[in-house]
Design a protein around this ligand. Structure first.
Ligand code: EPU
Length: 338
């Protein structure tokens, strides 16, 4: 375990917010967590668990809570007749983990390529993109229970996965995920239900689509649609797509016919990015601040340089108020505010 004092968090969050952490502990193994438990760390300190820092905004310039940066590595593959199981350390980079899966001919999560962050963070908000959520291949995870100082295995149903949600998102800081096990298929069966993908492969026979082509297609679409944190720091979708009932959707559509939605039973998921776009905030830059709304995708707030967490928070409040005033819909943040 490595301990840093008064360290800048700029390189530890994809929004590149330059907050200062009073203590940052790098957790490299499960035994580091047990050592902390034995030293009464969890009883005596407030803490925040950080993975790749891709879904967080440090609102205060000084972070008083201790930061536990999870860097537990490791990949274990196991072969079965028609599937493969893969156990990955929580600190593995998600995209590199998927590259390894493809190399190992283990399929099912290609559509989740290029999502920033770590494997340990993936189940917490049940990451998803282009018609696939990680839960479709999730088997179990191992987590450290900070209350009782023991490791526990959570099966799929224990995790209560939902859209960008899980048991762990609702019960912060009781369990620290140390590894995740996925069950992937030996057979590649591309999911091209998302329009950009079906357009891209319109001229190719379904059975001729190669896993690496699919992976590359996802990376291209993401790079085209969403600003990449390495060029323009951001935390991906800042808000969840709101779900409303069919009746409200029909009423909304009668006033704003351009509003799209995905109908699922008696609920409709509408697009937060489109709502923000329609209130005219796409590409908006806050005065005297580096905080803004991406001009590529209105759901992504960005740091054009030097933005502080408080400004990003204020910008998100302005967006919530503007969308509410025009459409009567209250957007919910997807990112964690610390
Ligand atoms: N739209 C606009 N203006 C914009 C952006 C989007 O009108 O500035 C419209 C689009 O034209 C489209 C609709 O909104 O009709 C939906 O946009 P998009 O297909 O880009 O998807 P999204 O709903 O905005 C979700 C996920 C993304 C994921 C994509 C693709 C959430 C909160 N976000 O975005 O996930 O990559 O679908 O599956 O569910 C993330 O979670 O960080 C993330 C990037």
């Amino acid at each position: 375990m490595i301990e840093y004092k008064n360290i800048s968090l700029e390189s530890f969050n994809t929004f590149a917010i330059n907050a200062i952490a009073s203590t940052l502990l790098v957790i490299e193994s499960e035994s580091d967590l047990m050592d902390l438990y034995k030293s009464d760390f969890f009883e005596s300190n407030e803490f925040i668990v950080l993975g790749g820092g891709s879904n967080v905004v440090f609102v205060d310039d000084n972070v008083k809570k201790h930061i536990l940066k999870i860097e537990i590595k490791g990949l274990e593959f196991e072969d079965f007749a028609d599937s493969k199981s893969i156990i990955a350390g929580a600190g593995e980079n998600w995209h590199e983990f998927l590259e390894n899966c493809i190399r190992y001919q283990a399929y099912g999560m290609e559509n989740l390529a290029l999502i920033p962050g770590t494997v340990g963070a993936a189940p917490i908000q049940n990451i998803g993109a282009y018609g696939v959520e990680q839960e479709s291949c999730f088997e179990s995870l191992r987590a450290f229970d900070v209350k009782y100082g023991q490791f526990t295995t959570f099966a799929h149903d224990d995790c209560q996965f939902a859209y960008r949600d899980s048991f762990f998102k609702r019960n912060k800081n009781r369990y620290i995920i140390t590894s995740v096990k996925y069950q992937l298929s030996n057979e590649f069966s591309p999911n091209i239900s998302y329009k950009d993908l079906s357009d891209r492969f319109a001229e190719v026979k379904f059975e001729d689509i190669k896993p690496t082509e699919m992976f590359e297609a996802i990376c291209d679409i993401r790079r085209r649609k969403i600003p990449y944190p390495e060029n323009t720091p951001n935390a991906g979708s800042f808000f969840k797509n709101p779900e409303i009932c069919l009746e409200s959707y029909e009423l909304l559509k009668s006033n704003f016919p351009e509003i799209g939605g995905f109908i699922n039973g008696d609920k409709v998921k509408i697009y937060a990015g489109q709502l923000i776009d329609l209130v005219g905030l796409k590409g908006y830059k806050m005065a005297d601040s580096g905080a803004g709304v991406s001009d590529k995708h209105a759901l992504v707030l960005v740091n054009y340089g030097g933005a502080i967490g408080r400004e990003v928070f204020e910008l998100s409040e302005l967006i919530i108020k503007s969308v509410h005033a025009k459409f009567g819909i209250k957007l919910e943040r997807e990112v964690n505010l610390v």
